[in-house]
Write a protein that binds this ligand. Sequence first.
Ligand SMILES: *Cc1c(COP(=O)(O)O)cnc(C)c1O
Length: 366
Amino acid sequence: MNNNPTVLEIDLSAIEHNLNFFRSKLHKATKVLAVVKASAYGSDPLILSNFLEQQHVDYFAVAYADEGITLRKAGIKTPILVLHPQINNLELLIEYNLEPNLYSKKIFLYFLDLANRLKLTAYPMHLKFNTGLNRLGFKSSDTDFLLEQLKNQDSVYLYSIFSHLVASEDCNEKEYSINQIKEFKSISDSLVSVLGYRPVMHMSNTSGIINYPEAHFDMVRLGLGLFGFTNDPKLNSNLKNVLSLKTVISQIHQVDIGESVGYNRGFISQKEMKTATLPIGHADGFFRSFGQGRASVEVNGQKAPIIGNVCMDMVMIDVSNIQCEEGDQVIIFDSQQDILDLANAASTISYEILTSFTNRIKRISI
Ligand SMILES: *Cc1c(COP(=O)(O)O)cnc(C)c1O
């Protein structure tokens, strides 16, 4: 039994709406890979991937093998690309029918050898090319090495080649992005001419889908957009908010002038006021940097600022001017703008807010 009353609601009809919005930007034949790494952006990996499988997405991607294993154990049948596999779990990855991104000579050679030893045939794998991010991937100058290794063997099959845009959301970096796209195309050309077939090509994340139609290629990798966010606030209004975080008031206090609230007397009352204590704190992913009035929540339709320091399991808010009682619902966020406001309050981005809520918070789909 989970005694924690704080709930993260996942609106599946909003996911469907957002998926269809992005699909409407693509050619009919372009495949959609849904990125469900990091517990599906902090939501719930199984709720999300079961729903997205019903929506016939073509592929899933996760960061690590264990994230893929969780999906397979729950019966997910859609192909799963593991973006950042580790050498020591490649065997497990094969056991669960997951598909590795091979990004370095070391892991590539290891996988080829393993596939050979296990007598696999045409096991699907993916190659990532580094066209500027300098994070993971082969250089264009590695293509000869790769082709040499791939010829005269049938244990693995190069299903896709991909790259990642450095600044797909930043239109000031358009020239850089266009050069990345060019380089990726030329890598693909040199591979295809020797391979004799064309692997699936993919390069675009959410903002790439919006900003670089020429980088859609055969498949796109959609992550944050599913949750209603693009880099363009105007476009966000075409999308629906998916995640809402709700809790309840645990206790209300009357606080006199000069009294303090919270640890280290982080707040000193300048007036007679009413405060409410909420059952969410920094151990739930409610950042301590939201404290001292930097963020607000909503109680009965009105904004209530955080006062003092956020505790591990609780936080106090100012409800002096709000009609409310113990047990009343508190909305921590229920719109994209609320989530962006929280991100601003903590000097971070929406991605970090979404992925921070810990598993003490219950997830439910609506
Ligand atoms: C996380 C990730 C994505 C998804 O990016 P969004 O901006 O959330 O759409 C796509 N590709 C790779 C390689 C990633 O790591």
